[in-house]
Each structure stands twice: as structure tokens, then as C-alpha cells.
Write a protein that binds this ligand. Structure first.
Ligand SMILES: *[C@@H]1O[C@H](CO)[C@@H](O)[C@H](O)[C@H]1NC(C)=O
Ligand SMILES: *[C@@H]1O[C@H](CO)[C@@H](O)[C@H](O)[C@H]1NC(C)=O
Length: 354
């Protein structure tokens, strides 16, 4: 019952958030995005039997089968990226009013402030913010080659099934350093088949060996994890997650178990990705590569500019060290950063104080 109470409280907080008018949103000033409307063909996410307003209506909307759920993290350093990502999702959607955003933020962050910032920039957005207890995961993190990958919030994607309301059966998880240039409902509709828990673009030519240490490969009880599987690399920045199957299989615990092992014996070098590969690689549903044109941030060591992979583009992902907002501010953009700039909602990009 406690869960139900927390759920309706959070619904009420959405309603309050949406009625808050412009107030001091702090040091980041984002301009207000336009309102985006459903095309006439869109299914309704309102149930006719529930009231049009109030907490019951908000809950009915969240639980509607016609809603598209998008999960992202929110933190101060990537906020500008998140705002651009949200705008890009709405702008390219044919049913933007059916999209419900689920934001995970550090429990230590000022959630009211984040709510205000989002609501000011997107007054019509349906969203909820879930405080994430960083300390729970902080003890599980071992240092990786890039400090940003060690941020506890980076691991929040592992806890979505617990954080989001139980009636949400499926969600698209998106990193904050990307923009969509296509309709997210196509990605959300990826068939997961009879068994897959998640769907993502797979890269079977990547050298899988290099994601794990010699300690891992030389220990048969560990390396046998991949026996009878054709493990392929996938990037965890864009995933369609079947939250019902995730909950049923308790995959959060399975991932945490690998993280606990990593603390005791180093079996991989990167941050949150390898446990996902250990649990899911070879068993995911495929998504066309156009939905994650990744690596645009450049390599982790020299920050060189990268080009698009051949083929169509539905989503541009600045994974890697360089972020387009930082390079644009520094007046040293990579050519493809020009594709991110139109989604930048920051009002005074050159007065950023951190
Ligand atoms: C949190 O943010 C709200 C809204 O911006 C603000 O009124 C409040 O003072 C902030 N609280 C703290 C502890 O900074
Ligand atoms: C894959 O990576 C491993 C270790 O990093 C290396 O020893 C091996 O030669 C690589 N295989 C190929 C086909 O490049």
C-alpha cells in the first residue's frame, strides 16, 4: 500500500508542477519550447470513464496503453543536453501529447528546482521526477577510465523497473547527450518477441573480448556466462525496456550481482555497460542502427571528431568524451555539433557559470 500512496502523491506533484508559472529557475535559463500537438490520428491516452482533471486522470494517463514512456536522468551538468533531447523527442513525434517523461534525479539534488526548470521550458509536458538514492549504488561503483561514467546516476537505468509506476509496462531509456530526428513511437514499437527484456541496436563486429579483463576470460566459471550465446555489443544509451519482464526476472538484482563481483575482482574496465552486456548480450531484440548513431562525442582519449556511420539517421548520440554544448561554447565544435545546436534551449549559452 505504501507504494500506492507514494504513486498518487507523485501524480499530484505532477499536477502542481504543471500549474506553476514562471519563477526563478536558477542559474540555467532555458527558453520556453513551443507546444506540440497530436495529429488527428493519434489514439487518446485519456480514459472516458475517468475525470478529465485531477490525480485520477493523471494516473489513468500514465497507465494508458497508448502512452509512450520515455525515461531519462536529470542532473545539473547534463541538464542542457536533457532539455535538447526532450525538445527533439517532442518535435519529431506525431503524437507528442501521448509522451510521458520519467526523469530520475539524484535524491541529493533539489527536485523542486529541477521540476520548475523543466516545467518552465515545457509547460505542457507530462512528466514525473523520481529521486534516486545515489548512496545505494555509490558503494557498488569501481572507478573506470572516464570519471563521468562513475557518476551514480549513470547506473539509474538499472533501477527503472523499480522507480517507475508498476502499470508502466515498457519504456524507452535515453541518455542525455542525444537528439532524435525521427518519431520515437517507431522506436517504442520495436517488437520484443516472446522473451527479450530489452531492445537496442547491436554491433556484432565489435571486439567483445576487449570489454572484459583477462581475469574474466581466464576464469571459466565467469567466461562460461557467454557459452551458447552470440554476444554482441550494444550501447545502453538507447534501449527499449520491457519493464514487466524486467521485474518478473528481477534483472536489477542480476546486474547488481555482477557489480558486486566487479568490486571484488576487476572483470571489466568501463562503467555501467559491462554488467548489461553480461546479463543481456546475445539475448536482446535488434533495433536498426539508425536509432543510435553513437560515438559523436569522439574517443575517450583524444576527443577527435567522429563522423556518422553509413545509413539512415533517426537518432544522433554524442557518446564519448566530447559534448556538443561544451564544444560549441568553447568555439571548437565538431561539424556534426551543428545538428545538435537547433535543439539547444539555453537562453544565455555564454553566461554559464559552470
Ligand atoms: C530548491 O529549489 C526551489 C525552487 O527553485 C527553491 O525555492 C528552494 O530554495 C531550493 N532549495 C534549496 C535547499 O536550495
Ligand atoms: C580482440 O581483443 C583482444 C584483447 O583486447 C585481442 O587480443 C584480440 O586480438 C582482438 N581480436 C581481434 C579479432 O581483433
Amino acid at each position: 500500500m505504501r507504494g500506492a500512496v507514494a504513486f498518487s502523491e507523485s501524480i499530484i506533484s505532477i499536477l502542481f508542477t504543471l500549474s506553476i508559472t514562471a519563477a526563478n529557475a536558477g542559474k540555467h535559463h532555458f527558453r520556453e519550447a513551443p507546444k506540440f500537438y497530436n495529429s488527428p490520428k493519434c489514439p487518446s491516452i485519456h480514459y472516458t470513464t475517468t475525470p478529465a482533471t485531477g490525480a485520477a486522470a493523471a494516473e489513468a494517463r500514465i497507465c494508458s496503453d497508448n502512452a509512450v514512456h520515455v525515461a531519462m536522468t536529470l542532473d545539473a551538468s547534463y541538464l542542457r543536453g536533457s532539455m535538447a533531447a526532450i525538445l527533439s523527442v517532442l518535435q519529431h513525434s506525431s503524437c507528442p501529447e501521448n509522451i510521458i517523461f520519467h526523469f530520475v534525479a539524484s535524491a541529493a539534488a533539489n527536485t523542486s528546482h529541477l521540476k520548475l526548470t523543466i516545467a518552465n521550458a515545457f509547460p505542457y509536458l507530462q512528466f514525473n521526477i523520481y529521486p534516486f538514492d545515489d548512496s545505494a549504488v555509490a558503494g557498488l561503483i569501481s572507478t573506470s577510465i572516464r570519471a563521468a561514467l562513475d557518476c551514480p546516476l549513470n547506473y539509474a537505468r538499472n533501477y527503472l523497473a523499480e522507480l517507475l509506476p508498476k502499470c508502466v509496462q515498457k519504456a524507452v531509456y535515453l541518455d542525455s547527450d542525444l537528439v532524435l530526428v525521427d518519431d520515437i513511437s517507431k522506436l517504442a514499437a520495436t517488437p520484443l518477441g516472446n522473451e527479450a527484456v530489452l531492445a537496442a541496436p547491436e554491433y556484432c563486429n565489435a571486439n567483445f573480448t576487449s570489454y572484459f579483463t583477462l581475469t574474466f576470460w581466464s576464469n571459466p566459471s565467469l567466461s562460461l556466462t557467454f557459452a551458447n550465446r552470440k554476444p554482441c555489443y550494444f550501447n545502453t544509451g538507447v534501449m527499449v525496456i520491457d519493464l514487466e519482464r524486467w521485474r518478473a526476472g528481477d534483472y536489477t538484482t542480476k546486474i547488481v550481482e555482477w557489480m558486486e563481483l566487479q568490486k571484488r575482482m576487476r572483470i571489466y574496465e568501463l562503467g555501467s555497460l559491462p554488467p548489461f552486456l553480461l546479463v543481456f548480450a546475445g539475448n536482446i531484440a535488434p533495433v536498426d542502427h539508425q536509432w543510435n548513431q553513437h560515438g559523436l562525442g569522439g574517443d575517450n582519449f583524444r576527443g577527435l571528431c567522429r563522423d556518422l556511420h553509413p545509413g539512415p539517421v533517426s537518432l544522433l548520440h554524442w557518446s564519448g568524451k566530447g559534448k556538443p554544448w561544451a564544444r560549441l561554447d568553447a568555439n571548437r565544435p565538431c561539424p556534426l555539433d551543428a545538428l545538435w545546436a537547433p535543439y539547444d534551449l539555453l537562453q544565455t549559452p555564454y553566461l554559464l557559470d559552470s
